[in-house]
Write a protein that binds this ligand. Structure first.
Ligand code: ADP
Length: 295
């Protein structure tokens, strides 16, 4: 969690300061107040796009909320915000309070969501923003959103190691750690090494690697077939000395449910599908790792 002593800069409004300086200090103060109420922040990263990072982030948030953890999901994938679609929240309106803060969209009693997608007039709109603008937007999402007390804030970062993950890593100050999503193929595993190195350089603990699209789960019989090579994610985790959280198969039901705005992690576990069972293993492993870092 964020260290209260880091509030000191925010308390240093002095006579003679101009409005810009005072506003900056007030914003820092709001940021620190918000961060102090968040027990754990988890960045979901990937080396490249299309590996299922947003799918994992959305389902992670939904799974935490279904365990009755107070959860926030922040989508800072500015150029491709897919969280509104994945959660069926495309038309959700964002509301402001009288104090000009933003009220997050309430997905259910335990999950609050903010995405840049809520601010775009339509999902075909391209966002062309340079670094400083992105930094300010991410800062606002952390400081001016009424997150309240949270057990977990899951942050869906854009792929790669560019402005957004860097901004969020700097702004969150002491994230609990990062979950890195990859596919088993070589090109993706090479990219994931860059994400791990990025975390090491910024002192962000790597909570673990998820190998997505690992084998094909037959929607009829549930049997898994390995179309691509298997084990790229676990090999990389071993090589880079970071935990391996588990695999998630390539599953047509995931595509169908994602397109329909139904995260698969929220469905009943009584007749759990192969993907739901795999995801259960991933989240159990992740929570154990987080608990062990607290002990
Ligand atoms: P990223 O955030 O890495 O760009 P997404 O989470 O948006 O990737 O996923 C890209 C596409 O792949 C989406 O259509 C999603 O439904 C699909 N997808 C993700 N994971 C799986 C999976 N395990 N099985 C089948 N399709 C998947």
């Amino acid at each position: 969690m964020f260290n209260k002593s880091q509030n000191s800069k925010a308390n240093s409004i002095k006579p003679g300061m101009d409005n810009k300086q005072v506003n900056e200090i007030n914003e820092e103060l709001r940021l620190n107040e918000n961060l102090n109420k968040i027990k754990h922040s988890i960045l979901v990263l990937s080396g490249k796009g299309g590996v299922g990072k947003s799918t994992v982030a959305a389902n992670l948030a939904v799974a935490l909320a279904s365990r009755k953890f107070k959860t926030g999901l922040l989508d800072i994938d500015i150029h491709g915000p897919s969280i509104p679609t994945l959660l069926g929240l495309e038309k959700a309106p964002l509301q402001a309070t009288a104090n000009n803060t933003i009220v997050p969209v309430q997905y259910n009693d335990y999950l609050k969501v903010i995405s840049v997608g809520f601010m775009l007039p339509d999902n075909k709109e391209a966002v062309i923003w340079r670094g400083p603008l992105k930094y300010n937007l991410i800062k606002q999402f952390l400081s001016d959103v009424e997150w309240g007390e949270l057990d977990y804030l899951v942050i869906d970062s854009p792929p790669g190691t560019g402005d957004e993950p860097l901004s969020v890593a700097q702004l969150v100050k002491n994230p609990t750690g990062a979950v890195i999503v990859t596919t088993p193929q070589n090109v993706s595993t090479v990219d994931v090494k860059k994400s791990i190195t990025f975390c090491h350089k910024l002192n962000i603990p790597v909570l673990g690697v998820v190998e997505n699209m690992s084998g094909f789960a037959c929607p009829h019989c549930g049997k898994e077939t390995f179309i691509f090579r298997k084990g790229g994610g676990s090999e990389i985790a071993t090589e880079m000395n970071v935990p391996f959280l588990g695999t998630l198969p390539l599953d047509p039901l995931i595509v169908e449910n994602s397109d329909a705005g139904r995260p698969f992690a929220q469905s009943a576990t009584v007749n759990a599908t192969a993907s739901q069972k795999h995801f259960e293993t991933i989240i159990t492993e992740l929570l154990q790792i987080i608990n062990s870092t607290e002990a």
